[in-house]
Design a protein around this ligand. Structure first.
Ligand SMILES: Cc1cc2nc3c(=O)[nH]c(=O)nc-3n(C[C@H](O)[C@H](O)[C@H](O)COP(=O)(O)OP(=O)(O)OC[C@H]3O[C@@H](n4cnc5c(N)ncnc54)[C@H](O)[C@@H]3O)c2cc1C
Length: 496
């Protein structure tokens, strides 16, 4: 008989929870308790009328991190999910007020340099080469030292000192907007290489240069798409974890994490039907601020959670439509509005809708036609909006904003003969368990990054670990996969 392994319960089978499960499968008896009937959380699935909609992440980057997650469970990614490059990675369509035009963000440096040369001339193409070198160095310094790492103290930022000095030298503490402007003169290219700050909940003019690492993920590391849609990543990770011995229970809604009254140590999780699942450690994948309120209500949330600043949210219109897409349409199409600084001010300062909204229209059926019935397309239309702390009364404006998105998409030439549709606004995200009604979690301002972000442990509750986008390292698919690895390290520290 083998040794008895310590037991860990993971509350939630989102990508963060599944990653933690993959990383713990070899050393622990792992039970994932997921309240939904499918894995993936935000990377879930809506299947209706022959369409398979991804209602969450659409842009998959940093696939090396994904294959490392499979490898942690002793699996090969290709046996569980087939991933292909999306090229062009994006089609950017500019407003007439800034000269209009379309730009295709291409896979690979050579193709990208050529595209820039044709679009904006040789000087800008040369600037891209220097910019890409800079992004690569930034990524290499940041990932092992500041992203894929647990922090026990603020001082860890300067331990070892060399990477911190290197980050300083590279301009990591300068402003991203300024750095991009130094490289590119064409305002349209400045947008292409800085709008990603929005993913971190920041305006490019305010974001630190260090956050250009998201630009690296997007424009240098490349965008990919799995056969069967983004949900195939969730299904693949769940299957790999199960094959490695993890037990995944669906329809299992955890009501409370149970702790020892005297020591505060976790003892397990209680489901809403009263069942108690005993464990040496509990990893919580539910959104961290919500988890403090509902799953461990006897622990007051730390100050950095109570005073948190959240990223803007989004409105998402999903439609299954009959008819052709406009000529030149790509898998991902960003239709930029003309007003740039005003857009960020509206979202992040005034809490209002963008005056001239930039939208993402993804048509995943251009890459995988099997996601829809024959001759049909999926339209995934996303407009960034303020979170629930803003001024929009969603009960009053929801209908008009949905209609606006549908109308604009039709005017841009996408098919308008809609067979199936769904609409999500921040009140829906809140109902689904996301604090402040944003799927993008706590923003990544410096004061909410690394050692300043809500920690993945709480010293008042030995055995309790958090995973997912509102703890370290942060939001987005690659980050929550890393978060699973960091959570697993914490569990091992606690149970070894
Ligand atoms: C519209 C949208 C667009 C996005 N676009 C992108 C993109 O293009 N690229 C990108 O990288 N990222 C994108 N993201 C962000 C990305 O999806 C998230 O950062 C990531 O999926 C979050 O994973 P998670 O594991 O932290 O949380 P979740 O996916 O929310 O997982 C948490 C899980 O816990 C479960 N749970 C919660 N409470 C309980 C309970 N009490 N009992 C049992 N189970 C429970 C939930 O059901 C869920 O399955 C997008 C998100 C959305 C919604």
């Amino acid at each position: 008989m083998g040794a008895v392994l310590p037991t860990v319960v993971i509350v939630g089978g989102g990508l963060g929870g599944l990653s933690a499960a993959c990383h713990l499968a070899a050393t622990h008896k792992v039970v994932v308790l997921e309240r939904a009937l499918v894995p993936g959380g935000r990377a879930g699935l809506i299947a209706e009328g022959g369409y398979r909609f991804d209602p969450g992440p659409s842009v998959l980057t940093m696939t090396g991190i994904l294959s490392d997650t499979f490898a942690a469970a002793g699996a090969h990614m290709n046996d569980f999910v087939r991933i292909h490059p999306v090229d062009p990675m994006y089609r950017a369509v500019f407003d007439a007020s800034e000269g209009g035009g379309e730009f295709r963000v291409r896979h690979g440096r050579e193709a990208m340099t050529e595209e820039i040369r044709t679009f904006a001339g040789t000087v800008e193409a040369k600037a891209f080469s220097r910019f890409a070198d800079w992004l690569t160095k930034l990524y290499e310094v940041e990932t092992p030292n500041f992203i894929d790492r647990n922090f026990d103290s603020v001082l860890d930022l300067a331990r070892p000192l060399r990477p911190a000095l290197e980050l300083l030298r590279l301009g990591g503490f300068d402003r991203l907007g300024r750095i991009v402007k130094k490289h590119f003169r064409d305002p349209r290219l400045q947008k292409i290489f800085s709008f990603q700050a929005m993913y971190a909940g920041l305006a490019p003019a305010q974001a630190l240069g260090a956050y250009a690492v998201i630009t690296y993920m997007d424009t240098i590391a490349g965008v990919y798409f799995p056969e069967g849609g983004m949900h195939a990543v969730s299904v693949g990770l769940a299957a790999a974890a199960s094959a490695a011995g993890v037990e995944i229970r669906y329809g299992a809604n955890v009501e409370r994490v149970v702790r020892d009254g005297a020591t505060g140590r976790v003892r397990g999780a209680r489901l809403d039907d009263g069942e108690f699942v005993c464990a040496d450690s509990v990893v919580i994948n539910a959104d961290l601020p919500v988890a403090y309120q509902r799953l461990v209500p006897d622990l007051s949330a730390p100050a950095r959670v109570r005073r948190a600043t959240y990223s803007p949210s989004c409105a998402l219109w999903l439609a299954g439509a009959r008819g052709p897409v406009p000529p030149g349409a790509a898998h991902h199409n960003i239709h930029f509005g003309g007003q740039w600084n005003e857009a960020f001010a509206a979202l992040m300062k005034h809490g209002t809708r963008m005056p001239d909204p930039s939208i993402l229209v993804s048509v995943p059926t251009l890459t995988d036609p099997h996601l829809a019935p024959h001759d049909r397309h999926i339209l995934y239309v996303l407009e960034p909006t303020p979170h629930l702390g803003g001024q929009i009364r969603w009960d009053e404006e929801r209908v008009a904003i949905r209609a606006d998105l549908a109308k604009r998409t039709g005017e841009l030439g996408y098919p308008a003969d809609i067979e199936v549709e769904r609409f999500f606004d921040p009140t829906d995200w809140e109902r689904m368990g996301m604090a402040m009604g944003t799927p993008f979690g706590l923003s990544h301002r410096f004061s909410q990054t690394g050692p300043f972000r809500p920690a993945n442990t709480d010293r008042r509750a030995p055995g309790l670990v958090f995973v997912g986008s509102s703890t370290v390292p942060g939001v987005g698919v690659p980050m929550v996969l890393l978060s699973g690895r960091l959570a697993a390290l914490r569990v091992r520290e606690m149970t070894s």
